[in-house]
Write a protein that binds this ligand. Structure first.
Ligand code: ACO
Length: 405
């Protein structure tokens, strides 16, 4: 590189040359048998099964089993898995006190992140990661408890008392019951709402080495406990370039306000100096339609029709998609709507508050995170994650005493 301070051979005598790949655009950090994406063709497979088929026929809990175990369960296997998850839905009473300690306007993502990390303070038995049974138990606990913590975080954040999980309900209905005041018995919960949420959870359950899953694996590579690893994943998911995009999309659509303002929003998004991007557009891997976005778009129309809702934001979203997909800036860069473009509109229709959108993503992605963490624990060539750098600082120099500077 010319500059002795930046001389790679000087910095890297032991390992030879390495690749400079900011953002890991073309670096595989691991082998994995969980999820396959063909970004050019818009293909997404969980353990070989097309996302479209899982969305149509599976449930979130069955899909979680598939991600973790590699195969779809038999009826008996599913029944045991469901029973185990149900058995672990309660959270420790002391965690309620922990949630009560947050400031009244705390963001539920902050509460979720901290509370999931705190699970390691309650479940010391899973800190022995050499025991496969304890690893499996940690995975079950996370899938079971994250919805309970998420609902409790939300209710605490608005000053409502926490609701205990009703274990005679199914996974998604149980979550909805914990979240909301339901006027009559929970079984009256609208099945359209439960089905839509279950489908959203399936679509968000895994997406190979995205930023949050890579974070889970990086933390996992140090031998940290699974609760700490998933808490780190939640923190990574929070950013608007990742899971926080669903919240950002809704506020963007609200700001645009009307289909007639779409053209000027698109013009602004093309101007690099504006600092504005079309949220819910673009993806590191998909250079074609995100197959999840295609499913969600169709589902948005169905959910709104079934619930008899007319949301002007859907008109804004459709107009935005139409204008952007014809615009050469977006066409040349292969920027298509991603999973988060329409998900916020559905969450809104399901009466999920905006600040909970990324939390919903985290509930679903917990299945993927634990699947990757479990896979990592049995990967023979698994090493501590330790990226290198290209140093751009000062060359070697001598310390100067304070009174001489
Ligand atoms: N609006 C306008 N321009 C965009 C957008 C967008 N949403 N996304 C990318 N671009 C442009 C960039 O400015 C860049 O242009 P250039 O080549 O002229 O410099 C080009 O497209 C490539 O963009 P990068 O940021 O280099 O692509 P990268 O793969 O690093 O980023 C990302 C992908 C973060 C998703 C990006 O497209 C983005 O910021 N999108 C908006 C946020 C979003 O929706 N995030 C959710 C992603 S899905 C998920 O995490 C669940």
């Amino acid at each position: 590189l010319g500059d002795p301070a930046l001389d790679i051979s000087r910095l890297n005598k032991d390992t030879g040359y390495f690749t400079y790949d900011p953002g890991f655009v073309s670096t595989a950090s691991t082998r994995s048998a969980i999820t396959y994406i063909d970004g050019d063709k818009g293909v997404l497979l969980y353990r070989g099964y097309p996302i479209e088929q899982l969305a149509k026929h599976s449930t979130f809990l069955e899909t979680s089993y598939l991600l973790i175990n590699g195969e779809l369960p038999s009826a008996a296997e599913f029944s045991v898995f469901e029973h185990e998850v149900t058995h672990h839905t309660m959270m420790h009473e002391a965690q309620k006190n922990f949630l009560n300690g947050f400031h009244y306007d705390a963001h539920p993502m902050a509460m979720l992140c901290a509370s999931v990390a705190s699970l390691s303070a309650f479940y010391h038995d899973t800190l022995d990661m050499d025991d496969p049974e304890q690893r499996r138990l940690a995975a079950i606990r996370l899938i079971a408890k994250v919805p309970t913590i998420a609902a409790a975080a939300y209710r605490s954040s608005i000053g409502w008392p926490v609701r205990y999980p009703r274990n005679n309900l199914e996974y998604v209905t149980r979550f909805l019951h914990m979240m909301f005041e339901v006027p009559s018995e929970p079984l009256d919960l609208n099945p359209v709402v439960a089905k839509a949420l279950d489908l959203l959870f399936i679509l968000h359950a895994d997406h190979e080495q995205n930023a949050s899953t890579s974070t889970v694996r990086l933390v996992g590579s140090t031998g940290a406990n699974p609760y700490a690893c998933v808490a780190a994943g939640i923190a990574a998911l929070w950013g608007p370039a990742h899971g926080g995009a669903n919240e950002a999309v809704l506020s963007m659509l609200t700001d645009i306000g009307d289909a007639k303002n779409v053209a000027s929003a698109v013009t602004r998004a093309k101007d690099k100096d504006s600092g504005f991007r079309l949220m819910g557009f673009g993806h590191r891997v998909y250079k074609n339609f995100d197959p999840r976005a295609t499913i969600i778009r169709e589902m948005t129309h169905k959910v709104l029709a079934d619930l008899n809702i007319k949301d002007p934001l859907l008109d804004v979203a459709m107009a935005l998609e139409e204008v952007a997909l014809k615009d050469s800036y977006f066409v040349e860069r292969k920027l298509y709507p991603n999973v988060d473009f329409y998900s916020g509109i559905i969450y809104k229709a399901l009466k999920i508050p905006t600040e909970m959108f990324t939390v919903m993503f985290a509930i679903a992605r917990t299945a993927g995170w634990v699947a990757h963490w479990l896979e990592q624990q049995v990967t023979p060539d698994s090493k501590i994650g330790r990226p290198r750098q290209v140093y751009t600082g000062s060359a070697e120099r001598d310390y100067v005493a304070l009174n001489k500077r």
